[in-house]
Design a protein around this ligand. Structure first.
Ligand code: UDX
Ligand code: ADP
Length: 482
């Protein structure tokens, strides 16, 4: 029994809304779940009969969508209809950092949340529970509440004035393992004031989550807990990345340091992998929100503390590109670099805030010609992120390298195409396939002296060195120049 909830509408069919609603539908066959979006192309892709064409890549997601779609899981652009039918509405729209106006570069842009709230206010009927799912700055619930309680409904035939309860239910899923995280969450957090609304949402989760994992808080604590969780996780990565630089300078090895500190149960072993710098749509945005809020509430020391985590991350990304320039004799002009991985982490096609974007741009600025490979990211997406079009292949093959201009880039389907005549290979995303490369074969194709830069520590360094290549990996103070 799911309380009164029989019909759910989720506004926003993105990386959060899509997987969350798919898993919910799979566990609640008695609830009709409608995921709506203003983006027609996205909805078309969610409805594609070929499950390989879903708009986001997440391991395990295709089979869940295949099982539920058309039964109790539907994807649609008809917001009005599905909002009006819903007993519960999840707001799961994007909240990127503002690019202009007050708070630009720090505060979240709430225009999509606001327009969703206005759509709910216009079309909802009867009593509706509105659930904040997007990552939002603290006190956004108040904004939503005000819009819902003061806007005029658009449906004139309504016999009763619509009423609302607002809950905060932040999502803690991590891309690449979203289905697993949703199936077996560490906790589900529900913030709110009205016990009936909290109970209704808790009962939905109780279909697959143990009761003791469902935490209830007030609405502001719930909103702040989400920002704080992401800030703490990001802080660990900046901490270990800062130590990686010290390891390289002193001859220590960051993997050994991480293992040693991670076995202290007070510290724990997760989120201690040094990499090229954290990316993803949440970490930077959420920390900058904390920074903005702290300054707003007159707490500059708190703001400075958290801002340092983002500064360190930016510095660390630059450190990787500077190091490559230095190792390649101080110039990248006309040199070919094979880039392995563009997504912000493995098992996703998401590139938002990926370290690869800044690092590739830096290398292009130095004149490098980049051949970029990623098993899931399209050339179209890379072009959007780099702000320049790729150089096309000529009749299926790549042109002579001498015909490329400094800073040009191409996307490649085969790693061997990327490696041919390359001066360096730079690994940026920890895709499993990159840990199993045949280095003897690759070394034969590269121009010597050639380098392999492993920013994720997934390559078997012995095999690279045996193949006669120079090797650098993040946080390792050993010197592997041949
Ligand atoms: C994060 C939070 O983990 C999740 O709870 C929240 O809901 C959304 O934000 P996500 O951004 O999907 O999830 O991925 P996450 O696994 O946290 O990785 C973020 C970035 O940190 C990636 O670029 C990843 O490569 C990097 N990372 C992660 C490291 O560099 N080292 C680590 O040890 C862990
Ligand atoms: P997230 O990672 O938070 O899920 P995404 O950008 O992947 O972010 O997805 C957010 C989705 O919300 C997008 O597909 C966007 O088109 C959709 N969206 C934004 N505003 C609205 C709105 N007012 N009504 C419906 N959908 C919206």
């Amino acid at each position: 029994m799911n309380g009164q909830i029989k019909n759910i509408c989720c506004i926003g069919a993105g990386y959060v809304g899509g997987p969350t609603m798919s898993v919910l539908a799979a566990h609640c066959p008695d609830i009709q779940v409608n995921v709506v979006d203003i983006n027609h192309e996205r909805i078309k892709n969610w409805n594609d009969p070929n499950l390989q064409n879903l708009p986001i890549y997440e391991p395990g997601l295709g089979s869940i969508v295949g099982r539920c779609r058309g039964k109790n899981l539907h994807f649609s652009t008809d917001l009005q209809r599905h909002i009006s039918l819903a007993d519960m509405i999840f707001i799961s729209v994007n909240t990127p950092t503002k690019t202009k106006g007050i708070g630009a570069g720090q505060a979240s842009d709430l225009k999509w949340v606001e327009s969703s709230a206005r759509q709910v206010a216009s079309y909802a009927q009867g009593h509706t529970i509105v659930v904040e799912k997007s990552t939002l700055p603290v006190r956004t619930a108040e904004v939503i509440k005000e819009i819902l309680n003061t806007s005029q409904p658009a449906l004139t035939m309504q016999s009763e004035v619509p009423t609302f309860d607002i809950l905060s239910n932040p999502e803690f899923l991590s891309e690449g393992s979203a289905v697993k995280d949703l199936e077996d969450p560490d906790r589900v957090l529900i913030g709110g004031e009205n016990n009936n609304a909290i109970k209704a949402l808790s009962e939905i989760y109780r279909n697959w989550v143990d009761e003791d994992k469902i935490l209830h808080t007030n609405i502001w604590s719930s909103e702040l807990a989400k920002l704080t969780a992401n800030a703490f996780l990001a802080q660990r990565i900046s901490s270990i990345n800062s130590i990686s630089a010290l390891c390289e300078a002193t001859g220590a090895d960051v993997r050994e340091v991480a293992r040693a500190i991670g076995s202290d149960s007070r510290i724990g072993s997760r989120f201690l992998d040094s990499g090229p710098g954290f990316g993803g749509s949440c970490f930077k945005k959420d920390i900058l929100n904390l920074v903005y809020l702290s300054r707003f509430f007159g707490l500059p020391e708190v703001a400075d503390f958290w801002e340092g985590v983002v500064h360190l991350n930016t510095w660390h990304q630059k450190r990787v590109s500077h190091l490559i320039v230095k190792k390649l004799f101080g110039t990248l002009a006309g040199k070919k670099i094979a880039v392995l991985g563009f997504a912000f982490k493995a098992n996703t096609n998401d590139t938002r805030e990926s370290a690869a974007i800044q690092i590739c741009k830096d290398l292009q600025n130095e004149g490098a010609i980049l051949f970029i490979h990623d098993p899931r990211v399209s050339a179209k997406q890379i072009a959007i992120d780099l702000g320049s079009e790729p150089i096309d292949k000529v009749s299926g093959a790549f042109k002579q390298l001498t015909l490329y201009k400094d800073g040009d880039w191409s996307s490649v389907d085969q790693i061997s195409d990327a490696a041919k005549d390359a001066d360096a290979i730079l690994l940026l995303t920890e895709w499993e396939e990159y840990s199993q490369l045949n280095w003897v074969k690759i070394a034969k194709q590269m121009r010597k002296p050639a380098w392999v830069f492993d920013s994720r520590s997934i390559i078997n360094h012995k095999k690279v060195i045996e193949a006669g290549l120079n090797f650098w990996r993040v946080g390792d103070g050993s010197n592997w120049e041949v």
